[in-house]
Design a protein around this ligand. Structure first.
Ligand code: SAM
Length: 280
């Protein structure tokens, strides 16, 4: 519960009238914040160099914001001023920076206790994740520069594929972020092997439509980015790698969920599908 805190000096037991009479000097503070940092579970992790380092979090958010802006301005400028397909490269930059920012933001918003530098997911599955995205940038860049008119577009479907890709990126991102917001404290970037007291089975909202909405979102977001980039090789590689990754992860995750929630999860699994191909 918030309490009223008025600043005091060492020499006065009560603040000078000029200070206390000014409402600006009355700060609402949570009483737990007045305890010693070592005793305070909220403050304890916030030391420099720790995963919860606030400066580290601020720095990453700042860099992602700059990257997003550079991506957006460059993509729009190239689209307006040239007819080069290379606008797709900064588009990927903006989609990626938005994705990583939202990973942290949704965690901080609904699962604050576990929000840390790792919540940006910038170094998860290192180095395969970085290799996948670097390959996507490279394929798009090389094709745009050397074969600008040679994208794979069966039956002249180039623009259709582009718009399908854009729709997948938007829907995939929205479904993933909504899933994280809806699951709240039950959502964790790492598969939980022990059930926390705060871990409740979520079967409503977007979880009533999809059994693994955040995986559904990432799967289609990933494929969508490759359609927008016009990448043939990376589209196939992303589809194969993402499918195998989520198939294995879901198998392990559901084994644990059955252990945690028993028949409730078994019945939920029977009722709700994943809508990821070949994963029932
Ligand atoms: C990265 S989250 C992914 C959640 C879910 N698979 C999804 O795609 O939205 C992984 C954690 O979510 C938990 N989880 C998965 N499905 C859940 C559900 N329906 N209710 C509660 N927790 C769930 C798992 O125990 C795991 O620790």
């Amino acid at each position: 519960m918030a309490t009223s805190f008025t600043p005091q000096t060492n020499h006065h037991s009560s603040p000078p009238p000029s200070l206390s009479s000014n409402p600006i000097n009355t700060i609402n503070l949570d009483p737990t914040l007045l305890r010693e940092p070592v005793e305070n579970p909220l403050l304890k992790p916030f030391y420099p160099g720790q995963p919860k380092s606030l400066s580290g979090i601020a720095l990453r958010a700042f860099c992602l914001g700059i990257t997003f802006a550079v991506g957006l301005i460059s993509a729009v400028a190239i689209l307006l001023l040239t007819d080069s397909p290379i606008w797709r490269v900064p588009f990927f930059l903006l989609a990626l920076s938005l994705f990583h920012f939202l990973e942290f933001w949704t965690t901080a918003e609904r699962n604050t206790a576990v929000a840390s530098i790792d919540s940006f997911l910038l170094t998860a599955n290192w180095p395969s994740y970085a290799i996948a995205h670097s390959s996507a940038f490279l394929e798009c860049f090389l094709v745009s520069v050397f074969f600008p008119n040679r994208r794979w577009a069966p039956l002249g479907s180039g623009n259709v594929l582009l718009f399908v890709g854009l729709a997948l990126v938007v829907v995939g991102q929205a479904v993933r972020s909504l899933a994280m917001l809806h699951a709240g404290a039950s959502f964790n970037h790492h598969i939980q092997t022990k059930k926390a007291r705060s871990h409740l089975l979520v079967t409503t909202g977007i979880y009533g439509w999809l059994r693994h909405p955040s995986y559904f979102g990432f799967f289609y977001w990933g494929l969508g980015t490759q359609l927008v980039l016009g990448n043939t090789f990376c589209f196939v590689a992303y589809a194969a790698v993402l499918y195998m990754f989520f198939r294995d992860r879901i198998r392990i995750e559901e084994h644990k969920l059955v252990e945690f929630f028993g028949d409730d999860y078994v019945n939920y699994r029977k009722r709700v599908g994943t809508l990821i191909p070949f994963i029932r």
